[in-house]
Design a protein around this ligand. Structure first.
Ligand code: ZN
Length: 390
């Protein structure tokens, strides 16, 4: 990258919350060929020199013609002039001063010295701003000596002055706002095109208000509309009924979740009863040992295994349960024993898993862990032996 300084330039360097222009420098070589150097960034150094960043070098002394990317400049003019107007109306209607301004890639923001603004207040501000845009009031620029600007500041006509020395550039929106500003602005409020407030966000000090103006407001509204239209189509409702439809879906989802929970608990009860029938007592105890492998039984997760184990040991004495689900790798394992057996499942499983370098454990009546599927049968056989001989 090269940085080029010119004897004069119409390119705006990044400052005052407004990003730089982009564009093109062209020159004719001594051989008559056209040289083109795209301008990717523009910045001003502390000495006031403006540097144009370009991937192509130009030799010193070359006469160049500059072309500013107009759609980007116009967009910045619309957002920046819209900000003057928005700040002026917020101050006038709500008494809240603007602390800072940021012109972003997608939206712009101002930070206000006020904690809360109601939706109704925001809409009144938005209406007033758009009224003044429709009135197409003149936006004028003039330069005055600093001493004169300081008098305006003392009189309260100006709110603040930049720190830099030298003459002061004033931007005035007819009968609405007077500001010292070095940014780029429209010539009449109508060119702002319209202003849309997009939301607020609480900041450590005050409130951030997000807004878009002009062509950017149209682009943003287009994006919002596309998202809303897609959602409405998916829900088979009109665009304005989307919020109600989502509320309904959420309520249905919540009710369905409750029902499912209840059904799962009931299922575990029946499931346990059926397993106890299939595993009769052998001698003085019974071991229910099952690894669930059916991918169709997706409801058999670690939570269901625990539920099932608790039903098994609650409804039958002298019962041990070795349950696993191999639908995931590693397999989920639950080990349980009815209280009358006085077996400490927690320590049993912890020791058994430790032999594989794995961790797990739980209470005396129920413990859980995970183990690679390949070791599951060996783990269960070991535990079954311990259960039968405990
Ligand atoms: Zn300005």
């Amino acid at each position: 990258m090269w940085q080029i300084a010119l004897d004069r330039s119409a390119f705006y360097p990044t400052s005052g919350g407004q990003p730089h222009d982009t564009g093109l420098l062209t020159a004719t070589s001594s051989g008559g060929a056209l040289l083109e150097a795209p301008i990717l960034a523009v910045e001003e150094d502390e000495q006031g020199e403006v540097w144009h960043t370009t991937p192509k070098p130009l030799s010193a002394g070359t006469a160049v013609r500059g072309y500013v990317d107009w759609s980007r400049r116009r967009d910045h003019m619309q957002q920046h002039s819209g900000q003057h107007l928005l700040s002026a109306i917020v101050y006038r209607q709500l008494g809240a001063a603007t602390i800072s301004f940021h012109l972003g890639e997608m939206t712009s923001t101002i930070d206000l010295a006020r904690e809360v603004i109601s939706q109704e207040e925001l809409e009144r501000v938005e209406d007033a701003v758009n009224e003044i845009i429709a009135e197409d009031r003149a936006v004028t620029m003039r330069t005055i000596p600093r001493s004169e600007a300081e008098m305006l500041l003392a009189a309260g006509t100006l709110h603040k002055l930049p720190d830099r020395e030298g003459d002061i550039r004033l931007i005035e929106i007819d009968e609405i706002d007077l500001n010292a500003c070095g940014g780029t602005h429209v010539e009449a409020t109508g060119q702002i095109g319209g202003l849309l407030i997009r939301g607020t966000e609480r900041m450590r000090q005050g409130l951030r208000v997000e807004f878009v103006c002009g062509v950017r407001a149209v682009a943003t509204a287009r994006q919002d509309l596309a998202a809303l239209t897609r959602t409405a189509a998916a829900l088979s409702v009109g665009r304005l009924d989307v919020a109600d439809a989502v509320d309904r879906l959420l309520a249905e989802g919540k009710a369905a979740h409750k029902t499912r929970q209840k059904l799962t608990e009931e299922l575990a009860g029946y499931h346990a009863a059926s397993l106890l029938l299939q595993h009769p007592l052998q001698g003085d105890r019974r071991v229910v040992r099952i690894a669930f492998t059916d991918p169709g039984a997706g409801y058999i997760d670690a939570g269901y295994l625990k539920l099932l184990a608790s039903r098994l040991i609650a409804s039958a004495p002298q019962t041990c349960a070795l349950l696993a689900s191999t639908l995931e790798e590693p397999a989920r394992v639950v080990v349980a024993a009815s209280a009358d057996l006085k077996i400490d499942c927690g320590s049993l499983l912890r020791e058994a898993l430790a032999a594989y370098g794995l961790r797990g454990g739980g209470s005396p009546t129920m413990a859980q862990g995970q183990i690679p599927r390949v070791h599951l049968e060996a783990l269960f056989s070991g535990l079954e032996g311990r259960f039968l001989n405990a």
